[in-house]
Design a protein around this ligand. Structure first.
Ligand SMILES: *[C@@H]1O[C@H](CO)[C@@H](O)[C@H](O)[C@H]1NC(C)=O
Ligand SMILES: *[C@@H]1O[C@H](CO)[C@@H](O)[C@H](O)[C@H]1NC(C)=O
Ligand SMILES: *[C@@H]1O[C@H](CO)[C@@H](O)[C@H](O)[C@H]1NC(C)=O
Ligand SMILES: *[C@@H]1O[C@H](CO)[C@@H](O)[C@H](O)[C@H]1NC(C)=O
Length: 302
């Protein structure tokens, strides 16, 4: 087991700030919100303001919460990708309606988004096959995926290829609960029940978000990486601006889409607790590869 850099333990940062720095923090977040909201005249665009992350400077927020290291996927269609069956797309679809998506979780001060998105996809893939919707251990992936950096970050593709190669069985979350810090990998006897994956596939769907929606319909929730720096201040609405493609720093799970309104959007399950955004979800505009959402998309088969 090699050493990993430990994330500083979470304590209240504000306690150590003097009045002057508190004031500049407050000024900075107000300026940020004013700027972010400057597109708010548009149809159902996102709005930004005070939330649980307002006490952090953007650099601190990025260091603590955005832990995805980008890994690129081949453009679709490429050799070695699972072909996507052609289906006609409904106007709205959400795997939550089929009761195959767990509650939003909270990564706390651990940059383990990459593990949360992958484990969420595996939980849903099992439930779609008619197995019970269990919570599987994210901590096991954080501790054991040696090709990643635990709470200091990682890539969902790295985790998927590790899971596929080692055939590691993910145990239930209650067996190996989340601690929000790195730990030594715990091994279980072969007889231990758990879920291993059969395969996975990675796609680049930029310019092909309808194809991406078909992948969601056919295979289950999609693991994606995005630029989420401006998500620090997100309160609701449809994210359409203030983020780029090609700058991925966060991993999330898409559970559905909605094309019934003027602005079609993806329903994106985050791992910052259910008080963030829209009950823990963000809505991100479909089409245009907003925040790089279509750049690196993975599906998992169990
Ligand atoms: C808002 O939506 C309406 C109806 O689709 C459209 O006519 C209008 O141009 C949109 N406005 C903007 C600013 O996008
Ligand atoms: C895994 O997926 C790849 C890509 O779709 C495919 O070529 C391969 O046959 C699959 N392997 C198994 C064991 O299902
Ligand atoms: C997919 O199906 C639709 C109708 O459901 C059809 O119009 C379209 O041409 C098909 N696309 C491909 C690539 O077969
Ligand atoms: C996953 O593992 C299976 C079985 O070893 C292998 O056939 C497949 O190619 C692997 N998938 C990927 C995408 O590496």
């Amino acid at each position: 087991q090699r050493e990993r850099s430990q994330q500083p333990r979470g304590s209240c940062c504000c306690c150590f700030l003097d009045i002057k720095s508190l004031f500049s923090l407050f000024q900075e977040s107000l300026n940020r919100h004013r700027y972010l909201n400057s597109f708010s005249h548009e149809n159902s665009t996102a709005f930004y303001g005070i939330n649980q992350f307002s006490y952090l400077f953007p650099e601190e927020f990025k260091a603590l919460y955005l832990g995805s290291k980008p890994a690129w996927s081949p453009r679709y269609p490429a050799a070695g990708q699972t072909p996507i069956p052609n289906v006609s797309l409904p106007l709205r679809f959400d795997w939550r309606d089929k009761h195959v998506v767990n509650q939003v979780r909270n990564q706390k001060m651990c940059g383990g988004c990459w593990a949360f998105s992958v484990v969420g996809a595996i939980e849903s893939a099992c439930a779609i096959q008619g197995k019970p919707l269990d919570y599987l251990s994210v901590q096991q992936v954080i501790d054991c995926s040696f090709n990643n950096y635990g709470c200091s970050g990682g890539s969902p593709l790295g985790a998927l290829s590790w899971l596929n190669k080692t055939q590691m069985k993910l145990v239930e979350d209650s067996e190996y609960p989340f601690k929000a810090e790195n730990g030594l990998c715990r091994y279980f006897p072969r007889s231990q029940s758990g879920v291993s994956i059969k395969n996975f596939s990675a796609y680049d769907f930029s310019d092909q978000e309808d194809e991406m929606a078909k992948a969601l319909l056919n295979f289950g929730p999609l693991v994606v990486i995005v630029d989420a720096v401006s998500w620090q201040d997100y309160l609701g609405g449809i994210i359409q601006h203030h983020c780029s493609s090609g700058e991925a720093n966060h991993a999330v799970l898409i559970t559905g889409f909605d094309k019934t309104g003027n602005t079609p959007y993806w329903m994106v399950r985050n791992s910052w607790g259910n008080s963030w955004g829209i009950e823990g979800y963000a809505h991100v505009k479909m089409g245009g590869n907003v925040c790089g959402i279509a750049d690196s998309v993975s599906v998992v088969f169990v």
